[in-house]
Design a protein around this ligand. Structure first.
Ligand code: ADP
Ligand code: ASP
Ligand code: MG
Length: 457
């Protein structure tokens, strides 16, 4: 039977009015699809607030988490008064967890997951209550019952076979009875039942995991913009909605910072031929963006521009590096041991330096790991230094047609030059459908706008 999985993001369920809109969308879909599964995020800003509470509690502050609990109570009560009992139960769990963290003086990754999971766990009750009011049969379900993950807290990976078995077993009879499961995004649990999260923005990924587990036909990601756009409309108000994007293009955009879709969402869905759409909760009659398989038929050149802020650029360099075997492997081995992901790598053709970016928060740990790895080479001055350039931004230009269009890099550099914007380093994505530039943080938005000006409208 035809199955539709719909995911509502934080803004789409972030207020009483938004919940009403989303619920109407569910009602309409349910009239047209025999099986509908809904995935919900926490209300916008709630996950940030929960994490802030955990971190302040760990740092010795016993007050902030209590005031956050009070704010969350008011916000959830205001949005939907029929789920008060559930909200209160979760908030008392929240205070107990924060109290424990406060006493211990430390928030482990596992504790952070337990605490940050609460936003989604509260929100399924808000939406379900409203759906009940408008006559849609729905049941709140915690994804801890469905999605089995490894224990890589804060960015857990789903175990596909176990997840499939549990999801089908748990949801089958509900779906057969025409009940809409309203499932928490963002979270799962280990085989032992310990709560995990899939990484920030992970509710999109939850929808993909459930769609695969249920052999769904379509996934609709409901958000607060008309679809995937030529760039973040918060940076460039002239950004346009794209009606269609290939799997590769959206993957590069998502990987390089376009928050509109979590990067892990796309592959599992598109590979199985499940249709993937991004749509606007507040403008549901708009068609949105359809993500399609690469069909070899490419249109246009530059399609979209994405940006990742808050990066530090690290350089390992030295004239003696040419003679040192395996420098690149050792460099990235050392980085991997710190569990840091590298966003971008460039190597000068002279092979005398390797340059890459990491999130600023991880830079000090990574530098220490590199100095440790290359202690001998640093002493012998085969490697001169591991240096850091702080406050850089990665701007990525995406378009499957770029490789067939000569002179793209030249046009990008001219556009930036005309605005007096300096490029620190450049890298071409391996798929040849993206080019990334490292610029100073203060130039990031200007670079996005300058490059966006090259997109033919
Ligand atoms: P949700 O809570 O619905 O998942 P997110 O805030 O995670 O929403 O993602 C939607 C936001 O992504 C938009 O409001 C927009 O500001 C931002 N965004 C960044 N790049 C793009 C892009 N290329 N197209 C559309 N939105 C983008
Ligand atoms: N609520 C989670 C977050 O803020 C997951 C999501 O919104 O997708 O990261
Ligand atoms: Mg999101």
């Amino acid at each position: 039977m035809k199955t539709l999985v719909m995911k509502f993001g934080g803004t789409s369920v972030g207020s009483a009015e938004a919940i009403r809109q989303s619920a109407e969308i569910v009602r309409t879909a349910q009239a047209q699809w025999p099986r509908v599964v809904v995935v919900v995020s926490a209300m916008s800003g709630v996950t940030d607030a929960l994490l802030k509470a955990a971190h302040t509690a760990a740092a010795g502050d016993a007050d902030t988490f209590r005031s956050i609990a009070a704010e969350l109570r008011t916000r959830h009560f205001t949005a939907q008064s029929r789920a008060r009992a559930e909200v209160l139960a979760y908030l008392s769990e929240f205070e107990a967890l924060c109290h424990a963290v406060n006493v211990l003086g430390e928030a482990s990754a596992r504790a952070l997951d337990a605490i940050s999971s609460l936003g989604e766990r509260m929100n399924i009750h808000l939406l379900t209550a409203y759906l009940g009011l408008i006559g849609v049969k729905a049941e709140p379900i915690e994804a801890t019952e469905l999605i089995v993950t490894d224990d890589h807290y804060q960015s857990a990976n789903p175990l596909v076979d176990l997840t499939r078995a549990r999801t089908q077993a748990r949801l089958k009879s509900l779906l057969e009875r025409g009940v809409v499961p309203v499932v928490t995004g963002f979270i799962g649990a280990t085989e032992q039942g310990v709560v995990t999260t899939l990484g920030r923005g992970g509710s999109d990924f939850s929808a993909a995991i459930l769609a695969v587990a249920l052999d769904a036909d379509e996934v609709w990601i409901w958000t607060d913009v008309n679809g995937v756009m030529t760039t973040d409309p918060r940076i460039e108000p002239n950004a346009q909605t794209l009606s269609e994007l290939t799997f590769r293009e959206i993957s590069e955009l998502a990987y390089y910072g376009a928050k509109v879709l979590h990067p892990k969402t796309i592959r599992p869905v598109v590979e199985r031929g499940i249709a993937l759409w991004v749509k606007n909760t507040f403008n549901p009659q708009q068609p949105g963006t359809r993500i399609v398989k690469d069909n070899g038929h490419v249109v246009g050149s530059i399609k979209a521009v994405a940006v990742i802020r808050g990066q530090t650029m690290l350089t390992v360099e030295g004239r003696g590096m040419l003679g040192v075997p395996g420098v690149a492997a050792r460099t990235f081995g050392a980085v991997a041991r710190t569990h840091t992901s590298v966003s971008l790598i460039t190597q000068a053709s002279s092979e005398q330096s390797i340059c890459f970016t990491v999130p600023a928060a991880a830079a000090a740990t990574v530098i220490a790991a590199l100095r440790d790895e290359f202690r001998r080479e640093l002493e012998q001055q085969d490697i001169d230094d591991v240096s850091a350039m702080e406050n850089v931004t990665i701007v990525t230009v995406v378009g499957a047609g770029m490789r067939h269009t000569p002179g793209i890099a030249g046009r990008i550099f001219s556009a930036l030059g005309a605005q007096g914007l300096n490029v620190i380093a450049i890298a071409q994505g391996s798929s040849e459908c993206s080019i990334s530039l490292i610029v100073d943080a203060k130039d990031g938005d200007g670079a996005v706008r300058a490059i966006h000006g090259l997109i033919a409208s």
